[in-house]
Write a protein that binds this ligand. Structure first.
Ligand code: GDP
Ligand code: FO1
Length: 311
């Protein structure tokens, strides 16, 4: 079994490569639920849905969210009615939000609902939310506003000066037991190239998961989401900088230093390997980590499987 810690873009791209090499039922995905929020009375779990759509071959691979070829009639009509429409919910995607919300109202928790969705979508991979209770990533702006991550990134397009980031609800969060059991029994754990603050952050800040990862550090490898001083996409750089971290693979290694024994950085980065190893104790491996297509991701997946067999 291979366990992936995942957000909704970088790690799903890598998982596409693994899907060319191993069976879906040999993969377990611990998905970030810190992006979750309520919108028009519906509970939205963007990262879990991206993983669900990936494994059911429904994903929109241009955006890495939503369903391919979906239509947006409902949200457009809501806009006409003067309702909020900054979060573009697709018409078919809405089906999943209605399903999840109705199951929450029936008293099911997030892992139970995710299990039902995987069954109904005929998915063989094991998909778990990192928390069974609601957690959410919140941004404190320089103007002292306290806003949800989706408001920061989607509604305001990241155009906000950040003072701090915190995960609301993390102290009392309930980690699904199956997450810890799966991490323990896995042959390999991959911290994928996702945002280390808002995608991987909520997962590894959960005490039971953190403790479990530390105990299983030897079989855990991370892939950097940053090449040079720039993330491939998204607000990772802005967030790390705001929190006083170095926006580089070295900064990423600092965050994961207790959790993994190796990190893969881009093959073009030739001068930082020894610095990372010296300061964090993590082994540094170099390889192409930019996924221009699934073939690139497959090559990295092959490399990771080889590392796992030889370690
Ligand atoms: P989110 O939920 O959409 O924020 O998704 P993630 O956190 O999973 O993905 C965002 C991160 O993926 C960013 O930090 C990107 O730099 C990283 N990313 C996107 N594409 C690639 C890629 O091709 N290679 C690598 N190494 N990282 C990538
Ligand atoms: N991201 C956007 O940037 N704009 C959207 O309108 C948007 C809609 C959306 C609908 C469903 C869903 O599951 C995800 C969606 N996302 C959208 C992705 C967003 O939730 C991501 O979590 C963040 O963009 C972080 O990468």
């Amino acid at each position: 079994m291979i366990t992936f810690l995942s957000g909704g873009t970088g790690t799903p791209k890598l998982i596409q490569g693994f899907r060319k090499l191993i069976r879906d039922n040999e993969m377990a995905i611990v998905a970030n639920s810190g992006d979750d929020f309520w919108f028009h009375g519906l509970y939205i779990s963007p990262d879990i849905d991206t993983i669900l759509y990936l494994f059911s071959d429904l994903l929109d691979y241009q955006k890495y969210w939503g369903i391919k070829d979906d239509t947006f009639n409902t949200i457009s009509f809501l806009d006409k009615l003067g309702m909020e429409s900054w979060f573009h919910l697709g018409d078919r995607d809405l089906g999943v939000h209605l399903f999840r919300t109705s199951r929450i109202q029936s008293g099911l928790n997030l892992s139970e609902i995710t299990r039902e969705l995987t069954e109904r979508l005929n998915i063989k991979a094991n998909i778990f939310p990192c928390s069974d209770t609601h957690i959410e990533t919140r941004i404190i702006t320089k103007k002292r506003e306290d806003i949800h991550f989706q408001e920061f990134w989607v509604k305001r397009r990241g155009d906000v000066e950040i003072d701090d980031v915190y995960i609301k609800g993390i102290e009392n969060a309930i980690v699904p037991l199956v997450v810890l059991e799966t991490i323990k029994k896995s042959d390999l754990i991959v911290i994928g190239p996702s945002n280390p603050i808002t995608s991987i952050g909520p997962i590894i800040k959960m005490e039971p998961i953190r403790k479990c990862l530390i105990e299983n550090r030897k079989k855990c490898i991370a892939v950097s989401p940053i090449i040079g001083n720039k993330p491939v996409s998204g607000p990772t750089g802005k967030l790390m900088k705001a929190l006083g971290m170095e926006t580089s693979s070295k900064g990423v290694a600092d965050i994961y230093r207790d959790l993994c024994s190796a990190i893969i950085i881009d093959e073009t980065e030739k001068n930082i390997d020894s610095k990372i190893t010296k300061q964090t104790g993590i082994e540094v491996l170099r390889k192409n980590i930019l996924f221009k297509d699934t073939e690139n991701a497959k090559q990295l997946a092959e490399f990771i499987l080889k590392w796992s067999k030889n370690k």
